[in-house]
Design a binder for this molecule. Structure first.
Ligand SMILES: [Zn+2]
Length: 314
């Protein structure tokens, strides 16, 4: 299912990130001024444009593009998509602005996490013209036809992360803030499973829990996850995000102060396996989540280093 209906006039498009189905989705809000949420990386653009065309939207028709944050699976291809959508403005967190205008630091950061494979995975990073970028502060609103989209500052996964509420559906475009919804087409399991992402380099469990509290007060009906698809009712996504984040916070206490990355990885694999059985799922191993467990371990490891250096309090 490359294109799926997320709500009336809101559709998801499978980006086939990492060449895998069910990994990442972009969303399109149809209307006179079509809105694209998330561009994925340049490697996803064939799938993205095919999905857009299936929905009757040419890239040139787009009037607004939103990226929840600038991690490459969400916005690696934003420069190329903005070039294909000359009428569009780009909306992002104020702290994300300088990275889309000059992606060099972002590229260097991604290289640290993914190594030399980064170009193969995500393709090149292209800058966006400064005068097309609209930084959206916490609480600011974008009117699109009869629809209002409200932006929220949502740190915890990344300090430059914004989440967007569509007021017609009371749905939240959550980026990486309200967990990852792992679907059978990605995992090969016969159930949907949710766990937060704790990937580098800004992950902070306390900040994440505060953000979840704040978002939950918004009385949302559904969560449009970038990874992957829709949680409806929204409360279920908050439940698994909070449960997983709390489990990771306990892990951090247990392994502190200075475990090796391997020890964190082992501990996190155990946490995920236990969480799966808590949800009633017995699996042979957690290998289907291997990529994320590896990334998440790195994020927890970076957080522990910040704790020891006093950058965050413990
Ligand atoms: Zn992501």
């Amino acid at each position: 299912m490359a294109v799926f209906e997320a709500a009336p006039n809101i559709f998801g498009i499978d980006l086939f990130e990492e060449d895998r189905p069910g990994r990442s989705s972009a969303y399109v809000i149809l209307g006179k001024e079509p809105v694209l949420i998330e561009t994925g990386s340049q490697k996803s653009h064939d799938a993205l444009v095919m999905g857009l065309v299936e929905l009757g939207v040419m890239p040139e028709d787009l009037r607004h593009i939103i990226v929840t944050h600038v991690h490459l699976d969400h916005a690696g291809g934003v420069g190329q998509m903005m070039a294909r959508a000359p009428e569009a403005l780009l909306h992002c967190h104020p702290r994300a602005r300088r990275h889309v205008i000059d992606p060099s630091r972002l590229g260097a950061g991604a290289r640290k996490v993914y190594g030399d494979k980064v170009d193969d995975i995500f393709g090149p990073l292209v800058p966006v013209e400064e005068d097309r970028v609209v930084p959206q502060e916490d609480g600011s609103a974008l009117e699109v036809g009869d629809r209002t989209l409200v932006f929220y500052d949502t740190p915890g996964h990344a300090r430059h992360h914004t989440c967007v509420v569509d007021q017609i559906t009371q749905g939240l475009f959550s980026g990486d803030t309200v967990g990852i919804r792992y679907v059978p087409s990605y995992t090969g399991w016969n159930f949907v499973y949710g766990f937060p992402t704790t990937s580098p380099s800004d992950f902070d469990p306390d900040v994440m829990l505060t953000t979840l509290d704040r978002l939950q007060e918004l009385d949302l009906t559904r969560v449009y996850h970038t990874h992957f698809g829709v949680t409806h009712p929204a409360a279920a996504a908050f439940d698994f995000s909070r449960r997983g984040t709390e489990a990771v916070a306990r892990l951090i206490e247990q392994v502190s102060p200075a475990p090796s990355l391997g020890e964190v990885h082992e501990a996190l694999s155990r946490v995920v396996k236990d969480d799966l059985s808590l949800c009633g799922h017995t699996v042979d191993n957690v290998a289907p989540l291997g990529v994320d467990i590896w990334l998440n371990s790195q994020g927890i490891f970076v957080y522990l280093q910040k704790q020891s250096s006093g950058e965050v309090k413990n």
